[in-house]
Design a protein around this ligand. Structure first.
Ligand SMILES: C[C@H](O)[C@H](O)[C@H]1CNC2=NC(N)=NC(=O)C2=N1
Length: 113
């Protein structure tokens, strides 16, 4: 099976299925630093990234923005001095889609560049 960060996001459809609990068991080990959070009843993936200062946090934020535009899939990003919080979920289905796991893995891969 190809790893998550080598897979493209598929176009988001309103009738797309949420990721099942069983699928999550195979997906979460590929993004071990991410946790599942729930906000207003919506399941989301979230990770905090630490940096030396705001400039580095902002640079990483812009890289995520470019990733989101490439994939046509967009996160919530909180950019602070030395810290970036990234939250992925699929608006169209108000929950978690495989795309969110792919984008979380691709977010991690930005650090290896
Ligand atoms: C038209 C546009 O492609 C869609 O609205 C995309 C944009 N980016 C998106 N990002 C996320 N996270 N979820 C979506 O459902 C979504 N839909």
């Amino acid at each position: 099976m190809t790893t998550l960060n080598n897979q493209p996001c598929e176009a988001c459809r309103a009738d797309a299925p949420e990721v099942s609990e069983q699928e999550k068991e195979s997906l979460f080990p590929q993004i071990p630093q991410w946790i599942q959070v729930e906000e207003d009843g919506v399941e989301k993936l979230q990770r905090h990234f630490s940096f030396r200062n705001f400039e580095q946090a902002l640079a990483f934020t812009n890289q995520i923005g470019q990733l989101a535009e490439r994939e046509g899939h967009h996160p919530a990003i909180l950019t602070e001095y030395g810290k970036v919080t990234v939250t992925w979920w699929t608006h169209k289905i108000n929950g978690l889609h495989r795309n969110d796991f792919i984008c979380a893995a691709k977010t991690d891969a930005l650090l290896d560049q």
